[in-house]
Ligand binder design. Structure first.
Ligand code: ADP
Length: 610
């Protein structure tokens, strides 16, 4: 990204505030004129006082008049400057705040349109993304502010001062003009040298954010394994590299700053010598006051250049972070694809033909998958962890697209389906469902924002959540994040009940629940399963045993398929899993222990629901 490109990209965010821009520009012009007043007044005063010296005692009356006049002018100018500075700062800050709000919102809205692959890509972990966005918005909006309250006024003042210098004397103007490019050159070298370090700094900062987030998220595991020291050391290593980088950056900066101060002083000395020479050799229009006049004007010319490295620093920061920010904002290739197919009715018949799939990080998860998910039936996906079951669900929900092969729903390629419409008709319950920051009611309503109170209650009842919610002091207004894992799972199931979709994907829906909850949820899921297309992934035999079709996967390939009986009889991974589950459950002993009453009671639970 270049400075020009960055300003071009920022322009649309500043455009809505063009009146603020116009106001600031007017202020800038007045402010720049006011900045030259000191030099003019000093020039005039020195010459006037100088002329009074030969008059001896008799000059006091005249001197007081001069001093009163310049005091008035200088005080008046200070008042004007104070008002202008205030207005500039206030409007500049106002612009920064507004632009920062718009930029943050724009990137959030853009990111929401991205496909899931963007968020699981290696370089886009939450901490990194967050830093990229925060820093991008912060440094870009600061650039807008600095441009209007710093860069623009300083440079306008410098140009005005330079014009005045030329008007006073061409040679003096030329000396000032010669110093400026040297200054620019040094600053440019400084910026170039620092760029590599700054990119490194950005990476370290992102990694640091990511590391801190990781620690917070995994604090229970860290503590239970007593790994505080190891985690601390991991961060220490990063901190050390960040510190080294910072030190090197500062060292370089201070070195160049010294060099620039020296060049500025050389410029001032040259101006003094030249003006003194012109005065002494009786050059027309040159008087002793001009020495002060030129030095002050030169100081106005060099002021922004003195700040140039800081402006350059800020600009470089902005350039680095702008790239990250605008990459997201212009990441149209990441936008989720959608077709326009929106049929009146969704039957729910999926067909996968020769599907291969690789995750963005290069993990190949599926090989030549052929599958038919019958409408209105229950299909179980079985296999060991990592076999690719969840990946299939990810593909059917259009979270990812296959590398090759086709997936159709009701005979139409998934790519042609309107993505939002498709997802409106799919209910997804995962092992760990995300509960949003909000009340239980808000979390259930997420499945259908316009649901009535009765519908929320009905959904909670079906998910066996209602009684538990009513026992809480705040009922449905309780914060959902305060609920236990099992209760949160019921909230997620209630959310699906209220959505009432014709297709349901259940990915280990009861894995984190206790036996009673599992039984209750199985009952409620059994109820919703009727006449819908259901895909269930579960390690719980009871949930997969009554599926009408089973696909057994191993290492990303379908190894077996058919009804429960066929698949079991043909041996292989399915039989291994079922046998191992039965053994781990110690079914024989449990059967001996159970009395008829117990078995009957579980039947009653199911019947009472259906
Ligand atoms: P299962 O659901 O059968 O346990 P998955 O479908 O979750 O298995 O995973 C299949 C393979 O894909 C595994 O090797 C897993 O590590 C990998 N995988 C799953 N999710 C991702 C992801 N977001 N990025 C990269 N690889 C992934």
């Amino acid at each position: 990204m270049t400075i020009g490109k960055m300003f071009k990209s920022i322009t649309p965010f500043v455009k809505p505030y063009k009146w603020l821009v116009v106001g600031t520009l007017v202020m800038t012009f007045i402010g720049s004129l006011a900045a030259q007043v000191n030099a003019v007044v000093l020039d005039w005063t020195v010459d006037k006082i100088n002329a009074l010296i030969p008059l001896g005692e008799g000059q006091w009356g005249e001197a007081i008049k001069i001093l009163t006049l310049i005091s008035g002018i200088l005080l008046g100018k200070e008042v004007l400057s104070a008002v202008i500075t205030f207005a500039q700062r206030y409007y500049g800050e106002r612009m920064r705040i507004l632009v920062s709000r718009d930029m943050a919102q724009a990137v959030i809205e853009k990111m929401l349109t991205f496909r899931v692959a963007f968020f699981t890509a290696d370089n886009n972990e939450p901490g990194r993304l967050q830093t990229r966005i925060d820093r991008g918005v912060e440094s870009l909006s600061n650039t807008v502010k600095n441009f209007f309250i710093d860069i623009l006024p300083q440079f306008t003042s410098a140009i005005l001062a330079l014009i005045l210098m030329y008007a006073a004397n061409v040679y003096v103007g030329l000396v000032a003009t010669c110093i400026v490019p040297i200054y620019f050159w040094i600053t440019w070298r400084q910026a170039k040298k620092l760029k590599g370090w700054r990119v490194g700094m950005r990476n370290y900062r992102e990694a640091k954010s990511h590391g801190i987030m990781n620690i917070i998220e995994s604090i229970t595991v860290i503590k239970s394994f007593n790994r505080e020291r190891i985690e601390g050391d991991k961060q220490l290593d990063l901190q050390n590299r960040l510190t080294q980088n910072q030190m090197a950056t500062r060292r370089l900066s201070y070195l160049f700053d010294g060099l620039k101060s020296f060049v500025e002083q050389v410029g001032t000395v040259l101006i003094i010598i030249l003006t003194a020479y012109l005065v002494l050799s009786g050059f027309p229009g040159m008087s002793i006051g001009k020495i002060m006049y030129h030095v002050m004007l030169f100081s106005n010319v060099s002021a922004p250049i003195r700040q140039l490295h800081r402006i350059y620093d800020d600009m470089n920061d902005a350039l680095i972070y702008a790239e990250g920010y605008f990459d997201i904002l212009s990441g149209d290739s990441e936008v989720e694809a959608s077709g326009s197919y929106r049929p009146a009715e969704v039957r729910g018949e999926f067909e996968l033909k020769n599907v291969d799939f690789t995750y963005p990080n290069g993990t190949k998860a599926l090989y030549d998958i052929n599958m038919r998910i019958a409408p209105g039936k229950i299909t179980a996906l079985v296999g060991l962890s990592g076999a690719g079951k969840s990946t299939i669900v990810n593909l059917l929900d259009k979270f990812y697209t296959p590398d090759s092969g086709t997936i159709t729903l009701d005979g139409v390629d998934l790519r042609d389906w309107d993505t939002q419409y498709l997802r409106e008709h799919i209910g997804l319950v995962l092992q760990k469902n995300h509960i949003f920051d909000g009340s239980i009611e808000e979390n259930i309503r997420y499945g259908k924002p316009d649901a009535t109170q009765e519908e929320v209650i009905e959904a909670a009842k079906k998910a066996f959540l209602y009684d538990q919610v009513m026992a809480l002091p705040n009922g449905f207004n309780t914060k959902a994040t305060m609920l236990s894992g099992g209760q949160q799972q019921r909230v997620a199931i209630a959310r699906m009940f209220i959505k009432n979709p014709p297709i349901i994907f259940l990915d280990e829906p009861t894995a984190s629940l206790d036996a009673i909850a599992t039984e209750q949820i199985k009952s409620s899921i059994d109820a919703i399963k009727r006449d819908r297309t259901v895909i269930i992934i579960s390690h719980n035999i009871s949930q997969i045993i009554d599926s009408e079709m089973t696909y057994a996967l191993r290492s990303g390939r379908v190894e077996q398929s058919g009804n429960t009986e066929e698949v079991y009889r043909s041996g292989g991974i399915y039989k291994d899993i079922i046998d191992a589950s039965a053994r781990s459950l110690n079914i024989g002993k449990i059967a001996d222990l159970l009395d008829d009453g117990e078995i009957n009671r579980s039947v009653v639970v199911q019947d009472s629901f259906s």
